[in-house]
Ligand binder design. Structure first.
Ligand code: KIV
Ligand code: ZN
Length: 521
């Protein structure tokens, strides 16, 4: 195993990030090709050991994203997921083959329930499939991970036979996932101890934890698995993932760092980049981070009660077990307004954890100036909303050029909308049951599509009647759902932007996933 280089008395634990695979799999969290590249680059820079970049057989878009990430990532191992089928493994092998370090991650269910109802295979058949598919994967790469899906509900004797078979066939990492988030920490720790004690060739592989959060125990279980001997943790930024999500990378890393006294394990994650990673993933997936989320929530370092504030002023350690700076939260005194220039704006973005390329910076700066002209106080939250939207929507092929709405008690409400569609301006007018409906109808007229609106949500970014509205729109088509965001002091403009953001994403997803390859039908 290439990455184990520890000189400290603590044991090195590999961080396997699956934000782009298990995280992206959850409804609405779909990312575009460009967004996936951006997230992968950040994961590489933050010190993740293995980036699971996607599921290459799932779609051409997934295949291309995994291939491109494999080509670009400089440091981390790039893994792709494959079911226990030769066509999956070959597609995955093709996708990761250009990586500087490539891994194939193949899995099959091993619990009685899954084997009987999902796979309709006998335990003996599954064992044969494990041997055949791991061998096939080893023909492509040296680094093969095998996972026992629903491992925590698998009979122990059988699990040991599966693990032994996978290692004999050449698996170098063995993952025992808590696929349905059913385990409790003591049990999960004991499971790893049991397997490592009983499987004769266990010392030939690194063991891995992969926990889902259905009972809110994903992080606790992951750490317990490490106490049981696992040395790889599978997790996602902000804990996004199927159903209640996966174990949150930032929580695991900081738990090991802050409680090294009882968790003598370490990762190579650059923790001051955690806030930035959280913001990027929240922005591109449009999955907001709950305010009280550990480590990266807005309130994680806020002290409201008088007693706490008093303690903090005397000594921050009274109520803070880690410094905000250690996870990338910096206290900033830079107040922004309409007289602020580019340099101040760039410095503010840096404080807030953003790093934009020159073009994106210029666009964000122009929008900031517009906002500062219209709004007396420009708060950090305003800038965050604006930049998040810029990151997500910068590749959009369809954009709002102009919008006029007639609303009020004297219906029908109507919208006159001009869109830039792949460089050409097109205008239409539509009525609706309310102004938002009229706008969405106008978009429909200019960009005919089958997508169904699943969610329309508005929230005020700050306080006051001149606050920006941040609108989220979720659309579904062909079983794929995506969420788009728009922010503007005018709620109706924000609504139009959010709808288009979602539509643009859907079209990229449906087309070739590269932003310049599709124009709507
Ligand atoms: O939760 C799970 O079991 C998985 C496997 C594919 C590793 O995501
Ligand atoms: Zn999973």
């Amino acid at each position: 195993m290439s990455q184990t280089v520890s000189t400290s008395p603590k044991d090195r634990v590999l961080i396997f990030d699956t934000t782009l695979r298990d995280g992206e799999q959850c409804p609405g969290a779909t990312m575009t090709f460009e967004e996936k590249l951006e997230v992968a680059e950040l994961l590489d820079n933050i010190g993740v050991d293995i980036i699971e970049a996607g599921f290459p057989i799932a779609s051409d878009g997934d295949f291309e994203a995994v291939s491109e990430i494999a080509r670009r990532v400089k440091r981390a191992t790039v893994a792709g997921l494959a079911r226990a089928a030769f066509k999956d493994i070959d597609r995955c092998g093709e996708a990761v083959k250009h990586a500087h370090r490539a891994r194939i991650h193949t899995f099959i269910s091993t619990s009685p329930l899954h084997m009987k109802f999902k796979l309709q295979k006998s335990p003996e058949q599954v064992l044969e499939m494990i041997a055949a598919t791991v061998t096939r994967a080893r023909n492509w790469v040296e680094d093969v991970e095998w996972s026992a899906e629903d491992g925590t509900r698998t009979e122990h004797d059988y699990l040991c036979r599966c693990v032994e078979t996978a290692i004999r066939a050449g698996a170098t990492t063995i993952n025992i996932p808590d696929t349905v988030g059913y385990a409790v920490p003591e049990e999960y720790e004991a499971l790893f101890k049991m397997v490592r004690n009983r499987v004769p060739n266990a010392d030939k592989a690194v063991f891995s934890v992969h926990c889902h959060n259905d009972l809110g125990l994903a992080v606790a279980n992951s750490l317990a698995g490490v106490k049981g001997g696992a040395r790889q943790i599978e997790c996602t930024i902000n804990g996004i993932g199927e159903r209640a999500g996966n174990a949150a990378l930032e929580e695991i890393v900081m738990a090991m760092r802050v409680r090294g006294d009882v968790l003598p394990f370490e990762s190579e994650i650059v923790t001051p980049m955690l806030t930035r990673a959280s913001k990027l993933v929240a922005a591109v997936t449009n999955f907001p981070v709950q305010y009280n989320k550990a480590i990266v929530g807005k309130n994680a370092f806020a002290h409201e009660s008088g007693i706490h504030q008093d303690g903090m002023l005397k000594n921050a350690q009274t109520y803070e077990i880690m410094t905000p700076e250690s996870v990338g939260v910096t206290k900033t005194s830079l107040v922004m307004g309409k007289h602020s220039g580019r340099a101040a704006f760039r410095a503010k973005l840096k404080d807030l954890g953003y790093e934009l390329g020159d073009n994106a910076l210029e666009d964000a700066f122009n929008r900031f100036k517009d906002l500062a002209d219209r709004k007396k106080h420009v708060y950090d939250e305003d800038i965050e909303a604006l930049v998040d939207e810029e990151i997500v929507n910068s590749q959009d092929r369809i954009k709002v050029v102009a919008l006029t709405v007639i609303a009020g008690t004297m219906g029908p409400q109507s919208a006159t909308l001009t869109l830039d569609i792949g460089g050409s301006h097109q205008t239409t007018q539509a009525t609706g049951n309310g102004p938002v409906d009229a706008i969405f109808n106008a978009i429909h007229k200019l960009v005919p599509h089958e997508a169904v609106l699943e969610l329309f949500q508005v929230h005020a970014v700050t306080e006051g009647t001149d606050a920006q509205a941040e609108v989220s729109v979720r659309l579904t088509a062909d079983g794929k759902s995506v969420t788009g965001k728009g922010a503007d002091p005018d709620t109706l403009v924000a609504s139009a932007r959010a709808y288009l953001s979602s539509l643009n994403k859907l079209m990229m997803k449906r087309g070739k996933t590269k932003p310049d390859q599709q124009i709507p039908a």
